[in-house]
Design a protein around this ligand. Structure first.
Ligand code: G3H
Ligand code: 13P
Ligand code: ZN
Length: 309
């Protein structure tokens, strides 16, 4: 099978009320772990690459490794640009065979966000590529701004409708209380499912995307900290909330932090428990196994996209 766009996977996810996992990749171990898990669970999957990941791993290497994953699996795989900062970066990815791009112009005002997004949509659609856009601001305790303190940061459902009509974007990332990284909530985790419901009411056929949706898996944080890390008080979105999101109109759930924690936890454990080890395959192999375990859990128990390939 060759790379696919997210069109069909999202259509089915909206009909059958589950979400597709979009997992960030940086190197070979991530790509193999994610695609091995998706193959085992018979789930469609989105591999996403940020512009800093492209800078790190280099476009040519990423493309070839993803190509190898596609050739050795039977599931639908989309290759997506995560948080494309401008038209040029989106164009570069489209020209390099990505099947989906995100233009993140959410930091601009509404009119500028519409203008930049529309420019990307026109180019992408003329090349058979789909576009995710973002409206609203994902903030969190990391930014020292708790999103729940400021209603204006959440996505406005009326604006969301106008935005999709005017830009023609294929999917929309919304702000309902999640944030990137390992520190998402100061107190109790809370997502604004009321806003999600209003957005879906206005846009029943538009796939909705949840960024900053890692669980910040407590066992992995503990394993990191028990082996020399210093990540105190990290907190993410509980599995039950993500499951609820998938059942209520969220079609794409983004995960990066949990995979980073999985890799770090195992590398630290091996170094700590076996100081004599210096074969990278020993610690990177353990890291790859842990990432696969995390992805399998999400697909099977939280997003429920297993057997939907
Ligand atoms: O949402 C951002 C992703 O976690 C990617 O992060 O730019 O450090 O690769 P990055
Ligand atoms: P996390 O930091 O919660 O994993 O979010 C990742 C993300 O949204 C990538 O775009
Ligand atoms: Zn994101």
């Amino acid at each position: 099978m060759s790379l696919v766009t997210t069109k069909e996977m999202f259509e089915r996810s909206m009909r059958e009320h589950y979400a597709i996992g979009a997992f960030n990749i940086n190197n070979m171990e991530f790509i193999q772990a994610i695609t091995d898990a998706a193959e085992e669970a018979k789930s469609p999957v989105i591999l996403q690459v940020s512009s800093s990941a492209i800078k790190y791993a280099r476009m040519g290497y990423l493309k070839k490794m993803v190509e190898a994953a596609v050739e050795s699996t039977t599931i639908p795989i989309a290759l997506h640009l995560d948080h494309g900062p401008d038209f040029e970066t989106c164009k570069m990815c489209i020209d390099n065979g990505f099947t989906s791009v995100m233009i993140d112009a959410s930091k601009y005002d509404f009119e500028e966000n519409v203008r930049i997004t529309k420019e990307v949509v026109d180019y992408a659609h003329s090349h058979g590529v789909v576009v995710e856009a973002e409206l609203g601001t994902l903030a969190g305790v990391e930014d020292e701004v708790n999103v729940s303190d400021d209603d204006a940061r959440y996505t406005n459902p009326d604006q969301a409708y106008e935005f999709v009509q005017r830009t023609g974007c294929d999917s929309l990332a919304i702000a309902i209380g999640t944030s990137h990284g390992a520190y998402k909530f100061k107190g109790e985790a809370k997502l604004r499912f009321d806003i999600l419901a209003k957005v879906k009411e206005k846009l029943p056929n538009t796939p909705i995307v949840l960024h900053g949706a890692s669980t910040v898996i407590p066992e992995l944080v503990e394993m990191c900290n028990n082996n020399g890390a210093n990540i105190p008080g990290a907190k993410g979105c509980p599995d039950e909330m993500l499951k609820q999101a998938g059942e209520n109109g969220v079609s794409k759930i983004n995960v990066d932090t949990d995979l980073r924690l999985a890799m770090t936890a195992q590398v630290r454990r091996v170094f700590n428990e076996s100081p004599e080890v210096f074969d990278p395959r020993k610690y990177l192999g353990a890291a790859r196994d842990e990432i696969k375990k995390v992805v399998l859990h999400k697909i099977n128990d939280v997003f429920c996209s297993n057997n939907k390939a």
